[in-house]
Design a binder for this molecule. Structure first.
Ligand SMILES: [Zn+2]
Length: 277
């Protein structure tokens, strides 16, 4: 595979799909090919469309709506509180994981306010830095708690959902070796789709960009398609020194892969290009 034409088949699949599935952890709708997928925002498995989900879970559906609006407005505390309540009610560690992502986002937004270009900002900078660090450590605590709940449920019985969530938590914590060892667990459950997806995300975490390219391309096939693979493929192209290809993938897929990952990758590519000037 080289250049743009190589992903045109995958783009055609995506355009023809006309189907989305709803994430029961963050409320995002993600384009899918077939009936399997992971959320383009939080990477949790998605199985139902929005209508089926809200018919079965009207209350949770409303909570997720509140969370989405709060995150969009930058009201991260309201979103975090709603996740706390959801975990207390449903005891599903997926809500702890989703809340940790909100905390990480809040931390990033806080740290982004640090300024070095004006006098008299040092005290404010310290406050932002401390708040950012505090949010990061609360995200880590949430991940640790999710891992503990997952391990307890794994002791009771292995399921694709808890093995995969364990993977996501370790991966997000930067514990690459522990994350890698859960891929075998996911395989044992027989979920080929989730184990393939985890392998791809793990390649990115351990910065094996050659393997990432191969595994991302495999996840753009009809029988195992994930729109997130466009992001991982672009990332691998960028890291393998082909920033032109990375930009072409982002441009070619922006219309249906509009999510946070693609946006931040586009910024990453731009920064990288500027550093070359
Ligand atoms: Zn999600």
């Amino acid at each position: 595979m080289a250049g743009f034409s190589d992903i045109s088949g995958a783009i055609r699949l995506a355009k023809a799909s006309n189907a989305t599935l709803f994430c029961g952890y963050c409320g995002t709708e993600t384009m899918v090919v077939g009936r399997a997928g992971v959320c383009s925002n939080c990477e949790m498995p998605i199985e139902q469309d929005a209508r089926a989900f809200s018919e079965k879970n009207p209350e949770l559906s409303a909570v997720l709506g509140t969370i989405r609006v709060a995150v969009r407005k930058g009201d991260f505390d309201t979103a975090a509180k709603a996740y706390d309540d959801a975990f207390a009610k449903y005891k599903d560690p997926g809500f702890l994981y989703a809340e940790s992502l909100v905390r990480i986002r809040h931390s990033n937004a806080t740290i982004a306010q640090i300024r070095y270009d004006r006098k008299g900002f040092m005290e404010e900078n310290t406050a932002y830095r401390n708040k950012g660090a505090q949010l990061t450590s609360s995200a880590k605590l949430l991940l640790a708690k999710a891992i503990s709940v997952c391990n307890n449920s794994l002791a009771a019985g292995l399921t694709p959902g808890n093995a995969y969530l364990l993977f996501l938590c370790y991966n997000k914590m930067g514990k690459a070796r522990a994350a890698g060892s859960t891929i075998g667990l996911i395989e044992k459950t027989g979920s080929i789709y989730l184990s393939r997806y985890a392998k791809m995300a793990h390649d990115a975490a351990v910065r094996d960009y050659k393997a990432l390219m191969k595994d991302a391309e495999a996840m753009l096939a009809k029988d195992s398609f994930s729109v997130n693979a466009f992001f991982y493929l672009a990332l691998s192209a960028l890291k393998n020194g082909d920033e032109g290809r990375a930009l072409r993938i982002i441009d070619g897929t922006r219309q249906f892969a509009a999510n946070g990952s693609m946006g931040s990758l586009a910024a990453d590519v731009k920064r990288f290009e500027e550093s070359l000037l």
